[in-house]
Each structure stands twice: as structure tokens, then as C-alpha cells.
Design a protein around this ligand. Structure first.
Ligand SMILES: Nc1ccn([C@@H]2O[C@H](COP(=O)(O)OP(=O)(O)OP(=O)(O)O)[C@@H](O)[C@H]2O)c(=O)n1
Ligand SMILES: C[C@](O)(CO)[C@H](O)COP(=O)(O)O
Length: 380
């Protein structure tokens, strides 16, 4: 194990005014979680990064806690440069060897880019990712600007800690600097370029959100999983099925409301992320789930998928019973399940079959349900 200590700073103290977002953009939802949570997870999970410090604006503490829970943070300043300096100064008392400085506004950070930066730091004082300019460049009056050797600069930017701190501390107040690499370079140090990543595009304007969602969706892979459940039909119980209370002479019995259809879908969703089954998340032995509305089980499974950046594409549910007739309730079930999963009814299929009076369903002793869930999710 290396004795070199590397810390990451994420600057997230901006207001995101150009983004048109109701929340400061770094806390706005993107691909199922707050934008900041994406790069924080990537940095925190990297084996060469020892810790992550977030720099937020004054008054953004609650939004940070909602986005990431209890994580180390400091308060930044009125400009990006001031926010970076706040982060560096907070680390200075117990200075790491190396620091990566990253914009929260660049959410999709891969381990590969971090690897490239860390490798470059073995030989250089600093390194940053960049992409060559591919478009023709012109000035306002249409005069072409030669694009040879021009790059679009991204973050994280990686430095030996002492050098970047000194560059920030000595930077003239009135001098302009749009990133940290140019500050270190102007102190006379070599800062090298590593290959950037189109996924690291900065989110600045309103249209950047949908473009980022589309870039993220293109990286996802399809997964399917099935769920199956059975509950006993008894007299004296309400019948909850597919999220609806259905008039019937019997109801399903179980520890919760026994909505066998929602249970099958919940298990199918959990299956797509290989996260056990409904009994593991909501043990029948736990009294808090006695009589519980199964909608919360379904929504919990959906939230686990969203937390991994997954997208639910389709649910196919089959209810197996002799009675009640499902046809009259099909549209209501599709609408309710769609509402609970924040999908469109067109993404929910509800089918029903009898077993020709055979077996426990045929004798009306119970209802069975099976579901297949299809989602898209990242592979990392
Ligand atoms: N005072 C500031 C300003 C910006 N940033 C951070 O620097 C990154 C890049 O800045 P930018 O995209 O310009 O974000 P905002 O300043 O929030 O955007 P706007 O200028 O539209 O308000 C963002 O992660 C942002 O949160 C910061 O930490 N402190
Ligand atoms: C640091 C940066 O992301 C590198 O491209 C960029 O300079 C930030 O600029 P902003 O004007 O603070 O958004």
C-alpha cells in the first residue's frame, strides 16, 4: 500500500444561476440522484483517494445533508477560486501529498480519468483532463481562430498539494484565472494534459441537463429479473391487489396488507440489482411492517435502483386467480403502479389468468402473482 496521501476537493458552492434550476444545480436531480452525489461516489470509491472534502455555499448545509448525509465539508466563497482556496486551507493543517480539485458541475467522473491523473502525478506537479477542440473556431466577427493545439479543459485537476496551495495563496487578487491548472502553471510549474472524457462535460445551461441525462442513459445496460409471490385468501380481510382496494368477499392475509401483486413487482425490481428479496428488506418478524401498505415496499425497491443511477423501463405483471375478475381493475392497477414508480401507465402491463379451477388458485384458496421488471443501469 502506498504511503502517499491523496485527498479530493469537490467545489459545490456555486448558485448555478445560468442553469435555470430551482435548486443550486449541484443539488438538482440528475440520473436519479443529486448531481453532486455522482462525482462524490466516484471519488470516494476510488482506491487511491483517501478522503473527499466538499466545499458548499453558506446556507447549503441542509441540501448537502439531504444529498450525501454526514460528509466532511467547508464553506466556500463568492467565486470558484475562493471556494477552492477554502478547501485547500481546510486541508493545510494536516496537508495531504496530493489533491484532486473537481467541479460538482461535472457529475459523470470515471475511475479511468482518476487513474490517468494519479499516474501523471507520479511524474508531474500537476495534471488535468482535456479534449481537443473538434469544431472550427471563429471570433465574433467571423474571423477564424486556428484550432491546432487547442483543448477544452475539464476537472478533476490533480496537483502536488504544496504547489497548488502556494499558487492559490500568492495569486494576485485582481488577476484572472478560470481554473487551478493555469494558476500552478503561471507559478512556473509544468502541468500536463491527460485524455479527458466527453462524459465529464460541465453542466452550465438548462439544455445541459437533458444532454447529460442522454449521455448517461447511453451508458446503461438492460437487466431483467422476475418476482413471484403467493398469499392465502381468507374471510374477514380487505383485498389489496395491484395497489387498489378491491371489493370482494375475501381478502389476502399476510403480515403486511398482503398485496401479492406489489410484492411480486418489488421482488422483480430487487432482482434487477441483485439486492435480495422483499423478506430481507422488510422481515415478516418485524412488527413495524404489520398491516403495512405495500406501496412503500415497491417505492423502496425503486429508490434503491435510482440510487444506483438505474432507470425502470417496463413492468409486466401476471395475476393468477379464479376471482375476483381482474379485467375491470386493470386500468386502475396500471395507473396506480405507474404513479408509485413515477412511470407512465404505458410502461406497466397487467395480465391475469385462471388455472382452470386446478390447484390452490383454482380452488380460490389463494392468489399468486408473478412479475418481470426491465431496467437500465450502469455496469460500474
Ligand atoms: N463561488 C463558487 C462558484 C462556483 N463554484 C463551483 O465551481 C464549479 C464550476 O462553476 P460553475 O459551473 O460556473 O457553477 P456556478 O457558479 O454555480 O454557475 P453560475 O455561474 O451559472 O451561477 C461548480 O461546481 C460550482 O458549484 C464554487 O464552488 N464556488
Ligand atoms: C474549472 C473549469 O471547469 C475548467 O474548465 C472552468 O474553468 C470553470 O469555469 P466557471 O466559469 O467557473 O464555470
Amino acid at each position: 500500500m502506498s504511503s502517499t496521501r491523496t485527498v479530493a476537493i469537490i467545489v459545490a458552492a456555486g448558485q448555478g444561476l445560468r442553469s435555470g434550476s430551482a435548486l443550486p444545480k449541484q443539488f438538482a436531480a440528475l440520473a436519479g440522484k443529486p448531481m453532486l452525489a455522482h462525482s462524490h461516489a466516484a471519488l470516494a470509491a476510488h482506491p487511491d483517494i483517501d478522503s473527499v472534502l466538499v466545499v458548499i455555499g453558506a446556507g447549503q448545509e441542509t441540501m448537502l445533508a439531504e444529498a450525501l448525509g454526514d460528509v466532511p465539508f467547508v464553506i466556500g466563497g463568492a467565486t470558484r477560486r475562493e471556494s477552492v482556496l477554502s478547501g485547500l486551507e481546510a486541508l493545510a493543517a494536516d496537508a495531504p501529498d496530493r489533491v484532486l480539485i473537481h467541479d460538482a458541475a461535472r457529475p459523470f467522473l470515471s475511475a479511468t480519468v482518476i487513474d490517468r491523473l494519479i499516474a501523471a502525478l507520479d511524474a508531474e506537479l500537476g495534471a488535468f483532463p482535456a479534449l481537443p477542440v473538434a469544431d472550427t473556431l471563429v471570433r465574433d466577427d467571423g474571423t477564424p481562430v486556428p484550432r491546432d493545439g487547442l483543448h477544452r479543459v475539464q476537472t478533476p485537476q490533480a496537483f502536488r498539494f504544496a504547489e497548488v496551495l502556494a499558487a492559490h495563496r500568492t495569486w494576485p487578487e485582481d488577476a484572472e484565472a478560470t481554473d487551478d491548472a493555469q494558476m500552478v502553471a503561471r507559478s512556473g510549474h509544468t502541468v500536463s494534459i491527460v485524455q479527458g472524457d466527453p462524459m465529464l462535460e460541465k453542466i452550465t445551461h438548462p439544455a445541459d441537463f437533458s444532454a447529460a441525462e442522454a449521455r448517461h442513459a447511453a451508458t446503461l445496460r438492460v437487466r431483467t429479473a422476475s418476482g413471484y409471490d403467493v398469499h392465502r385468501l381468507v374471510e374477514g380481510e380487505e383485498l389489496w391487489l395491484g395497489g387498489l382496494l378491491i371489493p370482494h368477499d375475501k381478502g389476502l392475509s399476510g403480515h403486511s396488507d398482503a398485496d401479492v401483486a406489489l410484492h411480486a413487482i418489488t421482488d422483480a425490481l430487487l432482482g434487477t440489482i441483485a439486492d435480495g428479496d422483499i423478506g430481507m428488506h422488510f422481515p415478516p418478524s418485524d412488527p413495524q411492517w404489520r398491516g403495512a401498505n405495500s406501496a412503500q415496499f415497491l417505492q423502496h425497491a425503486a429508490s434503491l435502483i435510482a440510487a444506483q443511477g438505474g432507470i425502470i423501463d417496463f413492468i409486466d405483471l401476471t395475476i393468477i386467480c379464479e376471482a375476483p375478475k381482474i379485467g375491470p381493475h386493470r386500468a386502475g392497477m396500471r395507473a396506480r403502479i405507474a404513479e408509485l414508480l413515477r412511470l407512465e401507465p404505458g410502461q406497466i402491463s397487467v395480465k391475469a389468468t385462471t388455472t382452470e379451477r386446478l390447484g390452490f388458485t383454482g380452488r380460490g384458496e389463494g392468489i399468486a402473482a408473478q412479475a418481470i421488471a426491465t431496467i437500465r443501469i450502469g455496469t460500474q
